[in-house]
Design a protein around this ligand. Structure first.
Ligand code: S3P
Length: 170
């Protein structure tokens, strides 16, 4: 069976939805950022600070290439779908779901987050600009787009579970 990748901007709900989906579909769940932090023994802000963003991006691609070959749910980092290589790897090894949240919802969740270097170094306007630019790439990556506005976590998880089971039956 294939992997299920959750993509989308920071704060769109990838981790919260991934964890619940894991119970719903009875599949293991992994958070890419956590795996990278564990492998490197450094926090994300430390990796950015010491080695730079390009190094972190290379770690993300390495993770996608080498992560264990099992059916599972993976919450990706918000920048993962920007690379064409990453998009190809994900589309070939699994089902890619784009969690499409509004910038207003996202901003409330991320604005005070010290663990996200891109939030730390950007103004609200810059983040909104980045959000607009990145949506095209999430859409280029996704097999299924999931609109999250006005839906509870439970509704989103049930919707995804239904779509995944439908595709399995095809
Ligand atoms: C990033 C998003 C973060 C993390 C890093 C860079 C980005 O993940 O990978 O801070 O470029 O959008 P989340 O989307 O889980 O916050």
């Amino acid at each position: 069976m294939r992997k299920i990748y959750l993509v989308g901007f920071m704060g769109c709900g990838k981790s919260a939805i991934g964890r619940r989906l894991s119970y719903f579909l009875r599949l293991p769940y992994y958070d890419m950022d956590h795996e990278i932090v564990r492998q490197q023994g450094m926090s994300i802000p430390e990796i950015f600070e010491v080695y730079g963003e390009a190094y972190f991006r290379a770690l993300e691609t390495e993770f996608l290439l080498n992560f264990r070959d099992e059916a599972c749910i993976i919450a990706t980092g918000g920048g993962v779908a920007m690379s064409e290589e990453n998009r190809k790897i994900m589309r070939h090894s699994g089902l890619v779901l784009f969690l499409d949240a509004t910038f207003e919802d996202i901003y409330v969740r991320i604005k005070n987050d010290k663990n996200r270097p891109i939030v730390q170094r950007s103004t609200k306007e810059e983040l909104e600009q980045l959000y607009q630019t990145r949506r095209k790439f999430y859409r280029a990556a996704n097999h299924i787009r999931v609109l999250t506005e006005g839906r509870s976590l439970r509704q989103i998880v049930e919707y995804i579970g239904f779509q995944v089971n439908r595709l399995k039956g095809e």
